[in-house]
Each structure stands twice: as C-alpha cells, then as structure tokens.
Write a protein that binds this ligand. Structure first.
Ligand SMILES: N[C@@H](CCC(=O)N[C@@H](CS)C(=O)NCC(=O)O)C(=O)O
Length: 211
C-alpha cells in the first residue's frame, strides 16, 4: 500500500457540486481511516487532458503509490481490500459486499444515470421512468427488511448504493420510505458529512480563484 491520491477536477459548475464522484473515494478513505491527498486536473480541456489516466476523460482516478486506477467502483473495491471496515474478511460477508457493490453500479446506477440525464434535459416524457421505478421498487422491498445491504453492517456497498440513491431527482421519484430512511442513515455518517463539506468548500475556493 502506497500513498493515496484522489484525483478530481479543479472546478465544476454548480449542479454537480456535492456529487462529483471523487466524494465516494474520499468517503471510503475516511471510513477506513486511510490517509489521502486530493489533487486536481483542469476542468477546461478535461476531454483530452488526462486520457492517459482516465480514458473517458472523467474523474475520479486514484493513485496508490505507483499503482493507478480509474472507475469509482474499482477504486472503492481497491480501497476496501485495505480495510475490514469497508469489506468484511469472511467469505460470505465479502461475497455479499461485492454483490451489492456491483448491484449499485450495474442494476441501479445503470438505470438512474440515463433516467436523470433525460429528466434534466427537459423531455416531456421520460421513457425510462418505468424501468427505473421498477428497480427502485425492488430495492425498496430489500431495504424494508434490513438496515444494511451486506453482512448486517455498514460496508462499501452501502456507501455506493446510498451515493447512487441520494440524487435529489431519484429520491423524489415515488414514495419509498425504507429507501429514504436508508439514504438518511448512510449519509448521516460523520465521514459523509465531512467529505461532502470538503468538496463544496473546494469548488467554492475554486470560484474565488477564478475571480
Ligand atoms: N463510471 C465512472 C463515471 C465517472 C463520471 O461520470 N465522472 C464525472 C464526474 S462525477 C465526470 O468526470 N464528468 C466530466 C465529463 O464527463 O466531462 C466512474 O464511476 O468513475
């Protein structure tokens, strides 16, 4: 394990603030008690200025000593291997955590992100609403029966699922009390509050620097 550096953009417009996915990595480090530094790449020119480290021109990406990796989910699982607080070490607990981490990305965020883009683009009818609504309803049934997704306690799967679910437009879609309580439970953790505030402060400082 080397020195951890979380890379993000040096500035973003108002809307994504508090939601830029470097927050997932900062949050995991805080939960795990891992030291980390946040460094930035320029927002202007992001389509091409860091393709060698993130081939889609996005953030975040992570340096761990000489090792570099991108995709927030991959970075989270990499961090989870460094801390039992993020992922249990027993085979059943680990398998459950992996399963729900991938479910957050590939069953929920896979539907929520395209739905969200259509919603904010102002389409009169969002044809993905039925698909997302069904997925969220199925997840609501799971969350009605338990506080945490895996291993009976907080894991990196909850960090990721709550981050996917906390998007305001997603939260407002339908009545899902167990999911809402879950989002509040997970994002009520001190580590989330700390990194959320830190991200907002970073971009506010960047505003000031830009004049
Ligand atoms: N699947 C990627 C998605 C990364 C992503 O959407 N990053 C956004 C910020 S949260 C970004 O870099 N947007 C700038 C752009 O696409 O130009 C991951 O989870 O790391």
């Amino acid at each position: 394990m080397g020195e951890l550096t979380i890379w993000t953009l040096d500035w973003v417009p108002e809307r994504p603030r508090g939601f830029v996915r470097d927050l997932r990595l900062r949050w995991a480090c805080e939960e795990a008690g891992l030291d980390y530094t946040v460094r930035t790449i320029p927002f202007e020119g992001r389509e091409t200025n860091h393709l060698a480290r993130q081939p889609f021109g996005q953030v975040p990406f992570l340096s761990d000593g000489d090792l570099e990796l991108f995709e927030s989910g991959a970075c989270l699982l990499h961090l989870a291997r460094q801390s039992e607080r993020l992922m249990p070490r027993d085979p059943a607990g680990e398998a459950e955590t992996l399963q729900w981490t991938i479910a957050a990305l590939n069953s929920i965020e896979m539907a929520s992100v395209p739905w969200w883009f259509l919603t904010i683009s102002g389409e009169a009818e969002n044809r993905l609403t039925g698909w997302l609504g069904q997925r969220l309803g199925q997840l609501e049934a799971v969350l009605a029966g338990r506080d945490w997704l895996a291993a009976g306690r907080f894991t990196v799967a909850d960090l990721l699922m709550a981050d996917v679910l906390r998007v305001p437009e997603v939260r407002a879609l339908g009545h899902r009390p167990a999911s809402e309580a879950y989002v509040q439970r997970v994002t009520g953790r001190p580590a989330f509050r700390k990194v959320h505030d830190a991200q907002l402060r970073q971009f506010a400082a960047a505003d000031a620097a830009r004049g």
